[in-house]
Design a protein around this ligand. Structure first.
Ligand SMILES: [Zn+2]
Length: 607
């Protein structure tokens, strides 16, 4: 078996996808919220027997490799390497090279790992760092859990160490650990000097970067590794790999601002906690959180910046359909709160967390809103917050209390809100929603149902039906051979397949023979699309039709496909004809005219 097939055989799609989303069984398949778009209902379909996970709302997904590429943001070779490693499948070595050419990202990961070892060794021998951690009340076990370290007070110790470990200067810079101040300058400086070091890991727990807290007088209290091939701030949450288990249990995640806040939460027994590292919360962060959690508890700093961050987080998280709660703390941040009263902090974060809007309501009630401009600003803020709520039901809950707060009626507030919501949804239509555009409408035998735009053309739909209903393959000549690579290959395969002997529909309905066994033979590069096509057919119940109904739908789709094909051909020949005429190429012109006549004939036949 080739490595790709072997990896597929060893890693079932549901096992891989289950590591990223919460799946629920549905018939012979599983469903989950789609990890690739802002999904409100479970649109992501995972089909164990087709080896496919796909979202027909945003048309993303595919087999294990396509899924892994998209969810981990890696290219195909990288996906093969990583999945081969996970499944223990040996990959053939390239050429006769004596040393296996290590992938760049892997090399950079080894580099940051080596750096972490160096930092940890230094922490043990640094009196300054150990004293500091003692002062902040970090127990030894948590220093261990988080793998904290210390970057020495030197411009080149780390760099020199990594060079000795066999990493190149280019790698040390790409790993975000070295700085070249001037391109012309040879010298590399250590990015982290005299700092307490927090390793930042990706979801698999692989270290990708560091955050460093100064132990000296540096103006920048915290700095992070620079972004590079293995570290994108917008896709990394600090502490997530340690939180995954607890998030799965709680379906909640606590969000704090700093590294020490995450540590403090662990100290009081809250482990479903993360922090963004070196950036503001992004939509990508929100989507990552949504894979495991239904609600986020914001526990940010009590200062103005923290409040602004909370408001921003509310908007981003609500837009993704996540319930946003807030925990009010009495100290400056969770870290100080934990030192003051650990039990109290724990209570405030767990039982004490309230919906964010309740908190806003409470704050506004205690504010003096008698000045018209204050009232107006407060109203603007409330309208924005309400319009960010994912459902009308949730919005309705807050109508009465906010209307009372502003001394107005629910109707008036609703009217104002209506204007904000309409503008917001218009914006989204011109943005992402439109790009998931309809290519072709899908035929529907039973009217009244509605579903999302099809990713498949009528030609592909009819080919899918030919796969499902082998006895109807005598209708194949009614379809003009498609010209796109996938359509052409499937058409050819169907033409050469046995007619009427196998029963894919029976197999799909659950009889013993596998639907794959009745599949026409296709080149590997087309098999994934065929599986997605068949999943689409199954999803819409095409396999449950009577043969009569199927024959009718095949004809309808063939006709629609033919009309498109003919139109394209006509345009093509006409354009060529015009050129030939203009250039006086009479022989060519005559040939093209004949072709045009043939197409017209074809078009009459196709109706
Ligand atoms: Zn999707």
């Amino acid at each position: 078996m080739d490595p790709v097939s072997e990896i597929k055989a060893r890693l079932p799609i549901e096992q891989l996808v289950g590591q990223y989303v919460q799946m629920k069984p549905k018939g012979r398949n599983f469903v989950s919220l789609c990890p690739f778009h802002n999904d409100k209902h479970p649109s992501f379909l995972i089909s164990p027997d087709k080896g496919i996970a796909y979202c027909f709302a945003c048309n993303s997904g595919g087999d294990i490799f396509s899924f892994y590429q998209k969810v981990e943001n890696v290219d195909f070779p990288q996906a093969i390497r990583e999945l081969a490693e996970r499944t223990g499948v040996a990959l053939p070595k390239r050429g006769d090279a004596p040393i296996v050419d290590k992938d760049e990202k892997e090399q950079l990961r080894s580099c940051v790992e080596a750096a972490q070892k160096f930092f940890r060794k230094n922490l043990v021998s640094s009196e300054l760092a150990t004293k500091y951690l003692g002062k902040r009340g970090v127990p030894a076990a948590l220093i261990e859990t988080f793998g904290m370290g210390y970057a020495p007070d030197s411009f080149s110790d780390t760099y020199q160490y990594l060079l000795k470990e066999g990493f190149s200067r280019k790698e040390i810079i790409a790993a975000g650990l070295g700085i070249q101040k001037e391109l012309s300058e040879e010298r590399i400086y250590d990015r982290f000097r005299n700092r307490l070091m927090f390793p930042i890991s990706d979801m698999q727990g692989r270290i990708v970067a560091f955050g460093g807290r100064t132990l000296g007088e540096d103006d920048a209290k915290y700095i992070n590794s620079s972004e590079g091939p293995i570290y994108r701030k917008s896709g990394i949450l600090f502490g997530l790999h340690l939180a995954r288990e607890a998030i799965r249990e709680n379906k909640r995640v606590v969000m704090v601002e700093g590294y020490f806040d995450v540590v403090a939460c662990h100290k009081v027994g809250i482990t479903n906690v993360v922090a963004v590292s070196g950036t503001a919360l992004t939509e990508e962060h929100a989507r990552i959180l949504k894979r495991g959690a239904d609600a986020v508890v914001l526990c940010l700093d009590a200062d103005r910046a923290g409040q602004e961050a909370a408001e921003r987080a509310f908007h981003i998280l609500s837009k993704e359909g996540i319930l946003v709660l807030a925990a009010e703390i009495t100290a400056k941040d969770p870290d100080e709160a934990a030192q003051a009263d650990a039990e109290d902090l724990k209570k405030r974060i767990t039982d004490g967390a309230k919906p964010y809007l309740d908190l806003v309501l409470g704050q506004m009630r205690s504010q003096n809103l008698s000045r018209p401009e204050d009232r107006r600003n407060a109203l603007q803020r409330v309208l924005k917050l309400l319009s960010a709520l994912p459902t009308a039901v949730e919005r309705q809950q807050y109508m009465a209390p906010f209307a009372a707060l502003f001394g107005t009626t629910e109707t008036a507030l609703k009217e104002d809100l209506g204007r904000v919501v309409v503008t917001a949804s218009q914006n989204s239509i011109s943005g992402t929603a439109a790009s998931v555009g309809a290519r072709h409408a899908v035929p529907l035998p039973s009217s009244g149902k509605s579903f999302s735009p099809s990713p498949f053309s009528p030609a592909e739909i009819s080919l899918g039906l030919f796969v499902l209903y082998p006895r109807l393959r005598n209708l194949l000549p009614e379809l003009i051979a498609p010209e796109d690579p996938f359509g052409a290959a499937l058409y050819e395969a169907l033409k050469n397949s046995d007619q009427g002997t196998s029963d894919a529909v029976g197999a799909l309905r659950g009889s013993k023979s596998s639907p794959q066994a009745t599949m026409p033979l296709l080149a590997p590069e087309h098999q994934e699309r065929l599986s997605v096509l068949l999943l689409f057919c199954e999803q819409h119940g095409f396999h449950e039709w009577s043969e009569n109904l199927a024959a009718g739908e095949i004809r309808r789709n063939c006709q629609q496909a033919n009309r498109t094909t003919i139109l394209v051909k006509q345009r093509d020949v006409m354009a060529k004809l015009a050129v030939a005429r203009k250039e006086g190429k009479t022989v060519e012109e005559a040939q093209l005219s004949t072709q045009y006549q043939q197409i017209l004939k074809l078009s009459k036949m196709a109706g």
